[in-house]
Design a protein around this ligand. Sequence first.
Ligand SMILES: *[C@@H]1O[C@H](CO)[C@@H](O)[C@H](O)[C@H]1NC(C)=O
Length: 595
Amino acid sequence: ATMGVLPLPLPLLLLAAGTQVSGLQLDGHLDLGRCRFALGMEDGSIPDSRLSASSAWSDSTAARHGRLGRSDGDGAWCPAGPVFPEEEEFLEVDLGRLYLVTLVGTQGRHAGGHGREFARAYRLRYSRDRHRWLRWRDRWGAEVIGGNEDPEGVVLKDLAPPPVARALRVYPRAPRAMSVCLRLELYGCPWDAGLLSYTAPRGQVMALDPAPVVLNDSTYDGYSVGPLQFGGLGQLTDGVLGLDDFMRSRERRLWPGYDYVGWRRPPGPRPHVELEFEFEGLRAFRAMQVHCNNMHTRGVSIFGEVECRFKRSLATAWEPTPVTHSLGGAVKDPSARSVTVPLGGRQARFIQCHFFFTGEWMLFSEVTFLSDVVEEAVGASGGWGHGGTLPTTAPPTMAAPGEPKPGQPVAKADHSHTSILIGCLVAIILLLLGVIFLILWRQYWKKILGKAQRRPSEDELRVQLSVPGDTIVINNATGATRGPPRYERIPPGQGEYQEPTRPRPSLPPRSPALLRKPHPPLHPSPSCFSPAPTDHDTPPPTEPEGGAGAYAEADVTGGSAYAVAGPAPGPAPGPALPAFPRRRLRFREKLGEGQ
Ligand SMILES: *[C@@H]1O[C@H](CO)[C@@H](O)[C@H](O)[C@H]1NC(C)=O
């Protein structure tokens, strides 16, 4: 491997400036909530040369176009082949150095409205050396991550556990043979700890009632041979601190003891657990912090003493003088805690520590180191110095909590709480909508029922023809003035309801006696039987049936009042004329309910 010539390493710069921009808290433990910086796909601080792909549909959809929030080229990276049924096409991002990747943002191909391709789901693989590629899995063992629902929208997904990676590959997934395209951003922070891997004995199972407590390292991404795990990182470095009660875990749906890796006291003198840590480059170690459980009631205790040894390279022997640290007697407080072990600035790339038992069990949830880089990474071959600038030269900015803006670091929102809140709000809104709907519905039915109650009698519906041009109002005798309908004849020109567009037919002379008729005849008088105007024959007569419109209470308009379509009933007007057939009535317009 070639070694790049390195500029002053970023962790040193940050330490020198006294800032705290990285994911490291002062106490050394990872603060995942602050480790959410955009790593440079959108802003271009990851250069094109660090982007590659298994294939590309065309040069305009090559890997370099797979930057979130951008739409150069044809708007995204699109693989040449389908991603179904095999999911073998990938977009690869070489981050140039180790990062803790906490979040992935994806977007489809929009291209100003031309693109329609997006990936509904994807898988991730990551690598710390770009040789060994590891499948990312969530804490429940699932690999598939939900992706986009449309070509334009950005979907951000938390990676829990967050992988420590130098390079990532995104494998889009499709439910059937279809084209997919992808734009990508990664979020996280530099893995300043420089820890490449740790070696530890496998965690064990504590047989407790009612359920056994499984204290294995379930996110370990290295190898497992016999009783040992080596060559990977896992729960001891994932930034999740266990609770006081080790049987409870921070995440739901996980087994008791999930947050801890635990070992039972082995037989023999000076029983201990041996952990070994390998770092990227030579570092000067100030301290180690071990987060331990101390639940005496279950036989769990903090280690009583620790002894660490150092070496500078794999081939050399352990340095003869170890650093030892004693906790000075049993710690009574049963709460989980972080124990700081000073390491005196020893320089090394490998550290091996023996933790001595004081109780029956020893449970660790996190181990971190406070260190300064002395000599840069040996493993970071071909990355640094090749792309010109460091991917993080631009000072990262903190995001407001919950800000979902793509390309910006997103402060870790408490997703469970947010979803509960949204759920409550939606429920309230739905409830209100339901109430409003009910009120409107009631009003509507009240209206209809009110009308139906005033259903006129047969007599009232027996409407007589009148002289065209006259306006006759049938009073349906609603309410208190119930009785036989009273007809009113309004002289032409005085009627309120004229049809302005129709020429008024010539009128025969009217008798003033007709003006007010308190008791109208049931049968029309002869004068009422002038033929209906012909222009009313044109629309086919409609027969409103049953509904509210059938009760034409006052079917009157201007000169054509009661001009019911149909042939005029015979040329022989006489007192014995039949009532006008009801089905010939046509509803025209409701004039009102009063006089
Ligand atoms: C750890 O234990 C859980 C629960 O028994 C099991 O599902 C999981 O596969 C184990 N993981 C490893 C890496 O041993």
